[in-house]
Design a protein around this ligand. Structure first.
Ligand code: NDP
Length: 480
């Protein structure tokens, strides 16, 4: 059985205690590799390695850093098939999605921030004929990056690329549920010639390695993507330590469909918004509000289209809907479907586990599920389910649509469908979300600020926001 290794000081090494956790294929239920159950002693080694590498990397020219990062991005492209296969096996997502989205974006993330680092500039502020201020932006030092299981390599690279481009050294922890591509990535880092200690990857659980990483006094900033309760725990456990925190957390995103939209375009995208990656994207639109005159038309067309989604073995090219990431997660989704029924929800399609034949007979598959007849305030519509479950609700006025969309503790993303320009601007201005898509969903320009409001997080990633997060500004004022 393959044993995944930590990446510390430029080398692949076993956890010092020799303890491992089982890694399961969600499509089959089989154990297929072992993950280091790293702890504080492994972290001590990584912090030491990072400290040794810190000054040299910070003083490496941005061009040279960019070159190494671009070489790394090229290696991801060259190994795209292998990485996509690993992601599909580890996560349960369809292999076509893994290749076209996850692995493609992982290389794009690294290339983007490599170039962004060379374009990053600081501000200067002239005070008439009295003085001039300029702002230095230095790397922070050792930073921690913690990522979740839903887009494993994609979100892992989204964090470490800006951190490295800005001259920091990094200690990163991928999710224990999907460690494989981060492990393969560490081999590519060695191949690309990333200097030893600049990036260190520790595998293991939240409590055993995530928590010590977050509270380590020498790690000065934490970039975390994951659940809202874990984010709250990290904020609490670091309070008083004055670390920089970027917290990208959960979502329960509204999709608002007005009667004047382009129906076919809307339908195709709203299905994707609800069910891509088995609904396990923080940006998925799981609360769908439809203007009443087209509610019935939408309902029947939407259900018909959802029933066309091909559920199957993630490794088959034409599969559109793969396995959920784990048995625990599947059981959580199924329990939410039962909750929805007990709250008065009517299941229009799906609502159950899918039992495939052959290789995937013991996999964790749940059919895309559409529910109606639920009020906005019930738990089904308020709690993040993070799976292939969405609800549909009619509305009558713009104001009501806004109140429904904003009636959530979350504020990550939203998608609004209308051809009325004034309405689009009005909704965009008033909706409580960090990201608003008008007549689209998941259309991403990596230069834009990315992140949520309310319980969806604190801080923004993407573009210059990420480089600002990973640097420490210092103002210098010179009197004329
Ligand atoms: P979790 O919060 O459970 O875990 C995220 C990461 O944090 C994992 O690596 C996890 O390790 C680690 N972790 C767990 N406990 C701690 C701790 N005490 N200290 C430090 N690290 C810890 O999230 P999931 O992995 O379940 O991911 C799903 C969640 O992520 C959803 O809520 C989703 O909305 C959110 N998300 C948000 C995004 C955004 O951009 N806003 C994007 C993608 C997902 P381990 O896996 O070992 O438990």
């Amino acid at each position: 059985m393959q044993r995944i290794k930590n990446y510390i000081d430029g080398e692949l090494i076993a956890p010092h205690l020799g303890d491992y956790i089982e890694n399961i294929i969600p499509a089959t239920g089989e154990v297929y590799s072992l993950i280091p159950d790293s702890d504080e002693d492994d972290l001590t080694l990584a912090v030491y390695a990072a400290e040794q590498a810190q000054d040299k990397w910070a003083n490496t020219s941005t061009e040279q850093r960019a070159k190494i990062l671009c070489d790394l991005a090229d290696l991801i492209d060259a190994n795209a098939d292998k990485l996509a296969l690993a992601e599909a096996i580890d996560n349960g997502k369809p292999i076509s999605l893994a290749k076209d989205v996850d692995i493609y974006r992982s290389a794009a993330n690294i290339r983007f921030f490599a170039h962004a680092g060379t374009q990053f500039s600081s501000e200067s502020h002239a005070m008439e004929d009295i003085a001039i201020n300029y702002t230095l932006r230095d790397p922070i030092g050792i930073v921690g990056c913690i990522s979740p299981w839903n887009l494993p390599l994609y979100l892992f690279t989204w964090k470490i690329a800006p951190a490295l481009a800005a001259g920091n050294v990094v200690i990163a922890k991928p999710s224990e549920i999907t460690p494989m591509t981060a492990y393969l990535f560490s081999k590519l880092c060695i191949q690309a010639g990333l200097p030893a200690g600049v990036l260190n990857i520790l595998h293991g659980t939240g409590p055993n390695i995530g928590a010590p990483l977050v509270s380590h006094p020498k790690i000065k900033a934490i970039s975390f993507t994951g659940g809202t309760s874990t984010g709250a725990h990290i904020a609490k456990s670091t309070s008083g330590m004055f670390k920089k925190l970027s917290l990208e957390l959960g979502g329960k995103n509204p999709t608002v469909v007005f009667a004047d939209c382009d129906f076919d375009d809307m339908l195709e995208t709203v299905v994707k918004a609800a069910f891509s990656n088995q609904g396990q994207i923080c940006l998925c639109g799981s609360r769908i509000y439809i203007e009443r005159p087209i509610y019935e038309q939408f309902k029947s067309a939407f259900v018909e289209k959802v029933e066309e989604i091909k559920i199957g073995d993630p490794l088959e090219k034409d599969t559109q809907h793969g396995a959920l990431v784990s048995e625990d997660h599947m059981n959580k989704i199924l329990s939410y479907i039962e909750l929805a029924k007990s709250e008065g929800g009517k299941i229009l399609t799906g609502g159950k586990q899918v039992h495939l034949e052959g290789r995937c007979a013991y996999g964790y598959f749940v059919a895309p599920t559409v529910i109606e007849n639920l009020g906005n305030n019930c738990r089904t519509n308020q709690e993040e389910i993070f799976g292939p479950v969405c609800t549909i609700i009619p509305f009558d006025t713009d104001q009501q649509a806004l109140e429904l969309a904003n009636g959530s503790q979350y504020g990550l993303a939203s998608s609004i469908w209308t051809n009325d320009l004034k309405r689009a601007h009005r909704m965009a201005k008033n909706i409580e979300a960090g990201i608003v898509w008008i007549n689209c969903w998941l259309l991403r320009d990596l230069r834009t600020p990315f992140g949520g409001t309310k319980s969806s997080g604190v801080g923004r990633e993407g573009g210059l926001e990420a480089l600002r997060f990973f640097t420490e500004p210092k103002n210098v004022c010179i009197k004329y």
